[in-house]
Design a protein around this ligand. Structure first.
Ligand code: HEC
Length: 160
């Protein structure tokens, strides 16, 4: 094969690489977990310590729940559906209402839970990341649930 014959193939390959290093911007890029967490911080505070009696901490109980299948389901549904019912978190009672966090796609829900598990909840068991597929499956399974139904899952979720 001559150099001349090789050149078109090389040009095609180079073109493909050029495309892969300059991807077109996605139509609506998923926000980072940290960016999404700013809306949670309005109530749970920027450090996730919360306000005793009003807004529960996102701390060791979060990581305990994220270590169990029932807890992972509860955490996803708490964000997607909200919560309305009595809860005990890190030994303190809460009887508040958390509004469903609307406008988050599955990647944003996974992203904010992963941000909490890695950057906000500093203690507790090792954290295993949520995947987009896991969020999608939990949402599909809990489609008909209310925020009160989700709060009732807390007792079996493995937190405090
Ligand atoms: C308007 C205030 C508010 C916002 C915004 C909010 N929360 Fe909450 N959150 C609450 C309240 C109040 C509770 C307790 C609900 C209850 O007592 O039933 C709660 C409970 C929780 C719990 C359950 C904790 C446990 O240990 O059982 C999780 C998890 C949680 N919130 C995550 C989030 C995340 C993630 C976001 C942001 C995407 C968020 N919250 C945004 C008010 C809020």
């Amino acid at each position: 094969m001559t150099a001349r014959a090789l050149f078109p193939a090389a040009a095609v390959l180079f073109g493909a690489l050029a495309v892969s290093v300059h991807p077109a911007p996605a139509a609506s890029p998923a926000p980072t977990g940290a960016a999404t967490f700013t809306r949670c911080a309005a109530c749970h505070t920027a450090t996730g310590k919360g306000v005793p009696g009003a807004y529960p901490p996102l701390g060791s109980d979060f990581r305990k729940m994220a270590a169990k299948p029932a807890g992972r389901r509860y955490l996803v549904l708490a964000v997607v559906k909200g919560l309305n019912g009595p809860l005990t978190v890190e030994g303190k009672p809460y009887r508040g209402v958390m509004p469903a966090q609307t406008g988050l796609d599955d990647a944003a829900v996974a992203g904010v839970l992963n941000h909490i598990g890695t950057a906000i909840a500093a203690s507790g068991p090792a954290f295993k990341a949520f995947t987009v597929a896991e969020v999608a499956a939990v949402k599909a399974g809990g489609a008909g649930m209310t925020s009160a139904d989700v709060a009732r899952l807390h007792a079996q979720a493995g937190g405090g």
